[in-house]
Every structure is written in C-alpha cells, then in structure tokens.
Design a binder for this molecule. Structure first.
Ligand code: UDP
Length: 235
C-alpha cells in the first residue's frame, strides 16, 4: 500500500498514553500506539511525533501557581512521555531520536531543526519533547511549529475519546454533527475546542493540513496514512 504522505507530524495528547487510568503512562497503551507508528514507518513514511503532557500536568491546571512555572512543569511531563515512546519503539526495533526544546543533554538531544530532518531522512522516528520550550504555548502549537519547520505534509492529530471534529461536544449532545472537512477559519469562527487558536492560526498561516481522528479505534493511525476516509480533514 502506497502511503498518502511522505513526511508527517503525529500529535499525541498525553491523555492518549494514559489508557483507562486517565493519568500517568500505561505501558501497554504506549506499546499499542508504537506498533502503529512502526507500521507507518515500515510503509516509508518519515515520522515525527509531538507528545503532549496532559496526563501529568497542564499549566493552566493551577490558578494559584505562577503560570510560567506551571507551564514548565507541563513541558517536563512531555519529556517523560517522549522517553516512554522511545523505549517502546526501540523495543519494537524502530530507531528513534528524542529532541527536547529545553536542553537536557544527559537525557536527549537538543532540538536542532536540520538534525531532525537528517534523522527523518535516515529513517529514524523523531520524538519532539518539551513543547516549544516556552511557557504560554501548547503542544498543539508545537506540532504546528515543528511541521512548518521540517516541512511536513500534514499533522495527524490523534484524539482520545472523540473521532473527529464535531459542531458541538458529542459527549454532551447526541445530535452533534461530525465534519468531514473544515477550514481553519471555521474552527476559529465557531470557537471549536479542537485546538487552541495559536496552533490553529499557525497552521492556517502556513497552510499545513490537519487530520483529526480518534486513537481509540483499531489501526486508526495506519488508516489515516493509507488515505482511508475517516476523521476530519482541515485545510
Ligand atoms: N507547555 C508549554 N509550552 C509548550 C508546550 C507545552 O508551556 O510549548 C505546557 C503547558 O503547560 C501545557 C503542558 O505543557 O498545558 C502540557 O502540554 P499540552 O497541554 O499541550 O498537552 P496535551 O493536552 O496534548 O496532553
């Protein structure tokens, strides 16, 4: 099967790694996702991963804390997730590199754009950790930024508990309608809570297409990469 994309950024929320536990890292869940990453990598897709950190901490979680400090805690959470993925992928025989936006050279490489591209060309999966390295941003924005920097064709946004973008919350409204396709501007105008506005406008300004889909379905990442119609496309 010819993959639809040559180079992708896969955005995984921290929640997707927690399995049914809701918090922390569930190793069997990480393994299941890693198997899919291995499968798309085997199709020849140059694969990079941006991991979230919401399974540990979100900067906005504590109103009593200094926001920047709280955001740095969130970014550190993403590093733990990245290392879990590195371990899991390498157990499956997939070569990886973790690059962090906050330097911690005993743990991983620093983020260096040209080096990340070189790793991808050499067939390594690159895992981007520590977000953008700056507080007040999100890992969705990181995915948009890295996609622009490494010239990825698409951002694959794997969501837990929802399989695309709806006009209202499908958990609260049984009549919620799922979009097959949508523009960035509609996300902003309708204030759809799929991505923050910084991330959405970065994608819009740089014309980076997104596919939003559910991680809970069997083989969902592989299906998207094979161009099978699912989720919501944003362009
Ligand atoms: N974060 C940040 N700057 C970044 C990326 C992330 O400050 O560039 C912090 C922020 O506090 C965020 C937390 O890291 O709440 C975890 O990331 P995010 O909420 O995007 O994770 P996800 O919801 O995807 O699990």
């Amino acid at each position: 099967m010819e993959p639809k994309y040559k180079r992708v950024v896969l955005k995984l929320s921290g929640e997707a790694l927690a399995g049914d536990r809701g918090v922390g890292i569930d190793i069997p869940t990480v393994k299941k996702i890693s198997e899919q990453i291995k499968a798309i990598h085997a199709l020849g897709v140059e694969t990079s991963v941006v991991v979230g950190g919401g399974n540990f901490w979100r900067g906005r979680d504590s109103a009593d804390m200094d926001r920047a400090t709280s955001d740095y805690m969130g970014m550190l959470g993403t590093v733990m997730n990245a290392l879990a993925f590195q371990d899991s992928l390498e157990n499956l025989g997939v070569m990886t590199r973790v690059q962090t936006a906050i330097e911690m050279k005993d743990v991983a490489e620093p983020y260096i754009r040209r080096r990340a591209i070189r790793h991808l060309e050499k067939g390594r999966v690159v895992i981007f950790a520590a977000g953008t390295g700056s507080p007040y941003f999100s890992t969705d924005t990181t995915a948009a930024l890295r996609a622009a920097e490494i010239d990825a064709e698409v951002i694959l946004i794997a969501k837990k508990g929802v399989d695309g973008i709806y006009d209202s919350d499908p958990k609260l409204n049984s009549n919620a309608k799922k979009f097959k396709e949508l523009s960035y501007l509609e996300i902003l105008n309708r204030e759809l809570k799929i991505m923050d506005t910084t991330a959405t406008s970065l994608c819009m300004d740089n014309q980076i297409p997104l596919v939003v889909f559910g991680i809970d379905e069997e083989n969902s990442i592989l299906n998207v990469v094979e161009g099978k119609n699912m989720g919501t496309k944003v362009r």
